[in-house]
Design a protein around this ligand. Structure first.
Ligand code: GLC
Length: 522
């Protein structure tokens, strides 16, 4: 390939700012906390951090309800703290990606306060209003009908998420212009990219047609999934806005646009845009959605590779602040194999904070539940607090996330006295050491960061693939079972094992992978 861009070679690390590092004793993380931990991120070897929303917000959806797109929420600090973070990160060669939340604002945003004040208000048409109550069957992701009746003005407004998160009307030119200015504000301030929130929902059917029922849905499953979002997601006009943002970002140098898109592969790849003039990286969440089974993962990878348009760069995600943690989903032993997979596949990986320690979901007792997803639709396992618990830095009370006398906003894992950065950093066989070595090896090995992908072997428990760049070839073999498994590949030397104990060892054509072992070979 031509000279790769930083976001093609690089590794993204997602920071959930409420849970990274508290420095002002309120039990909630903040921007100075991120700045304080930049040396750790540099040591880990990541190229960019994506920070979930840090903008002024009533926190109905923990920052995804934005009341001002161009300032910093006081809980997290001030614009001066953000500038210091950017300077500190750039000094260490780390890029900064912020969240861009265009689908909806907070109901406390001045635009919505004005819109709601009267039918004839300046910003009325910036949101989506209708006389009926409700106008159709559209559902909110967080439970119930997606229309909220506004008694004051006698119309309903649409909210894909909470009623405190009214959807913007992207057919209104003034909305487009105002939100383009938001992108310029952050790019001018030095950010290197944006992660675009809830992108598939940006535009809704202008005729407000009912969504059809999903015949596969069963009672007891997420009620939102009872309808197919045919008229509320992935509308053709979304791509027009993506193309406009791309043109805007191309006016700056080396900026990246990443989109949150829960879509099937064939639709996801459309977001690279015509002739690659769309997103640089439409987030691919299919490793989160695919059963942890060798044949299924290989068919996913091959399907994705085959679907990518010419010149499109792949990307992979194992977890984020919205989904159960990988170590809970596949177990502690397989989480190491998953780490090797994420960091050896072709495409930009995003690592979710704490996954590098093997942190598991934390069960949250009802009285400590924070997430509106759980409060509104309780008991179905839809709550996201379990994967949002604080980062664990050391063996002190509160694991160094906040001062010992402070109560963190969510509890830590039960094993935080041993599962933390300080203890794993000094342990040559820990998950953190594995992540650091994988990242180091990937960075040093062109075949791993930019090489081609080819499947070499798959059976029910094991799969192997090759990455190749120029004369350099690297093979990866992963055992997804808890039993030893023989595999036959060209003989070579072990560069790294998930067990961190046999680097440099030569293996013959047929060799044994130990239970839950992955290896990278020359
Ligand atoms: C995205 C975010 C999620 C948020 C939702 C509404 O899916 O990742 O956390 O609740 O959008 O903004």
């Amino acid at each position: 390939m031509d000279q790769p861009e930083w976001w093609q070679r690089g590794i993204v690390y997602q920071i959930y700012p409420r849970s990274f590092q508290d420095t002002n004793n309120d039990g909630v993380g903040d921007l100075p906390g991120i700045t304080q931990r930049l040396d750790y991120l540099q040591w880990l070897g990541v190229d960019a951090i994506w920070i979930s929303p840090i903008f002024p917000s009533p926190m109905a959806d923990f920052g995804y309800d934005v009341a001002d797109y161009c300032d910093i929420e006081p809980l997290f600090g001030a614009l001066s703290d953000f500038d210091r973070l950017v300077t500190g990160a750039h000094a260490r060669g780390i890029k900064i990606i912020v969240d861009y939340v265009p689908n909806h604002t907070s109901d406390q945003h001045p635009w919505f306060i004005d819109a709601r004040s009267a039918r004839g208000s300046e910003h009325r048409d910036w949101y989506i209003w209708n006389d009926a109550n409700p106008p159709n069957n559209w559902l909110s992701v967080f439970g119930g009908n997606a229309w909220q009746w506004d008694a004051g003005t006698g119309q309903s407004y649409y909210h894909a998420y909470l009623k405190e998160q009214p959807d913007l009307n992207w057919r209104n030119r003034a909305v487009q212009d105002a939100m383009d200015d938001v992108l310029r504000f952050w790019f001018d301030r030095g950010v290197d990219g944006v992660r675009i929130d809830a992108l598939r929902q940006l535009v809704k059917d202008s005729q407000l047609r009912d969504n059809p029922p999903d015949p596969d849905w069963q009672p007891g499953q997420d009620p939102y999934r009872s309808l197919v979002p045919l008229y509320t997601a992935d509308q053709p006009e979304v791509l027009e806005h993506v193309a406009r943002w791309r043109a805007l970002s191309d006016g700056y140098s080396e900026r990246v646009l990443i989109g949150e898109l829960w879509l099937p592969i064939e639709r996801l790849v459309a977001y690279y845009g015509v002739d690659g003039r769309g997103l640089h990286l439409p987030f691919n969440f299919h490793l989160i959605l695919t059963p942890w089974q060798a044949r299924q993962i290989v068919s996913l990878v091959e399907k994705y590779e085959a679907a990518l348009p010419e010149g499109a760069w792949p990307t992979w995600v194992l977890g984020n602040h919205d989904r159960p943690r990988i170590a809970s989903r596949v177990g502690a032993a397989q989480a190491r194999v998953a780490a090797m997979l994420l960091l050896t596949l072709r495409g930009t990986p995003t690592v979710y904070q704490g996954d590098e320690l093997g942190i598991q979901d934390v069960p949250i007792p009802p009285e400590l539940v924070q997430d509106p997803a759980e409060k509104n639709v309780p008991g179905l396992g839809l709550g996201r607090d379990p994967e949002r618990t604080p980062m664990q830095w050391d063996a002190t009370i509160n694991a160094g996330f906040c001062a010992p006398e402070v109560r963190p906003w969510l509890p830590l894992t039960a094993d935080h006295d041993v599962r933390n950065v300080a203890s794993q950093r000094d342990d040559g066989q820990s998950m953190l050491t594995l992540y650091q070595r994988l990242i180091e090896l990937r960075r040093a090995t062109s075949a791993l960061c930019v090489g081609t992908y080819r499947t070499l072997h798959v059976d029910s428990d094991v799969f192997a693939f090759e990455r190749e760049a120029g004369a350099q070839r690297v093979r990866v073999a992963l055992n997804l079972s808890h039993e030893p498994r023989a595999v036959r590949l060209p003989a070579g030397d072990v560069l790294l094992s998930t067990h961190l104990d046999r680097a440099g060892v030569h293996v013959d054509e047929t060799f044994e992978l130990r239970p839950d072992e992955g290896v990278i070979l020359t």
